[in-house]
Ligand binder design. Sequence first.
Ligand code: NAD
Ligand code: WQD
Length: 333
Amino acid sequence: MKVLVTGGMGYIGSHTCLALLDAGFQPVIFDNLSNASKAVLTQINKISGVTPAFVEGDIRNTALVRQTLEHYGCEAVIHFAALKAVGESTVEPLNYYDNNVSGTLSLLQAMDSAGVRRIVFSSSATVYGEPDYIPIDEHHPLRATNPYGWSKVMVEQVLADLCQADSRWQATALRYFNPVGAHESGELGENPLGTPNNLMPYVAQVAVGKRSLLSVFGNDYPTADGTGVRDYIHVMDLASGHVMALKARLEGYFACNLGTGQGYSVTQLIETFRQVSGKAIPCEFVERRPGDVPCSYANSELAQQVLGWQAHKDLTAMVTDVWHWQLNYPMGI
Ligand code: NAD
Ligand code: WQD
């Protein structure tokens, strides 16, 4: 079965393409390369022996998306394409709503006219805003604290309304917690252009000597060691969640968390990285980062019940794979 993968050249999309190939699906990547390198195709081929079909284009180009769906005979879409930098979204909200919300509307219109009405959508734990309780389950109210987060809430609403209005549509929204890690081969991983916004790629770049010092944002949170706690999840576990969502053959709209259910602090992550890499990883405590919550981790029972999915890889596996990738490609690809 052919699956259109929007944003398939990006971090999570490229790893999901490997999982799709492994499961016998044929991914067709649609990406405008705004945050990815074409070299990803070479890396996918190195690992799998297959170079997926690739169309360079923007999801806001409805005609091109429709043409691509029809040309390749795609039967479903996995939709990763989005802008994802929280801070940037507060400065450029129009750009974020245009890319993430208008872009998704354009994609859905193209799908509808091509008669392809199955979609798996990259949502985020950011749709819970500052959590009322932990672990966070799917009954938690939806809200956001920034335009990026609101773009995810809005798209979820659009998908739910679409499935409600037309029973031919099926949409699954997967709410990722904190994706980290790399493919176990060390040939594919997160390839941030510029300064990483997220903790794990930043730590990896300090460990490899590309950056000199890690700033830890706050050590006065009400957590065991005072630093922020998150539910880090291995990108290949996430990738398998998408394959299982495609295989599940659900009806209507469904949304669930993808997390491990286990929280780790910033200090625990750095310590694990030190042990795995044998590197010192200099760091300093600085002020809290505005908008950060003290603690966030998932209740992932629903994904287990409905998709039969659960995460298998622990923090040591996540760090080991990131370090392997970072050592192989210290300057990225
Ligand atoms: P990424 O930036 O590595 O991948 C996104 C890809 O989409 C990039 O290759 C980019 O070039 C492409 N793209 C962006 N806008 C596009 C457009 N208009 N048309 C075509 N292609 C476009 O990001 P990622 O980390 O792989 O995230 C994938 C998805 O998962 C995103 O929707 C993101 O919001 C969501 N998500 C990510 C995280 C995370 O921490 N990485 C957490 C939760 C949810
Ligand atoms: C993790 C912890 C920081 C960097 C973000 C988005 C979220 C989702 C995933 C897309 C926090 C601390 C970080 C650094 C630090 N993305 N930290 N020094 O903020 O939980 O989630 O990515 O949907 O929407 O907000 O992830 O990796 O940025 O931070 O101390 O240089 O590491 O304060 O406690 P976050 P993160």
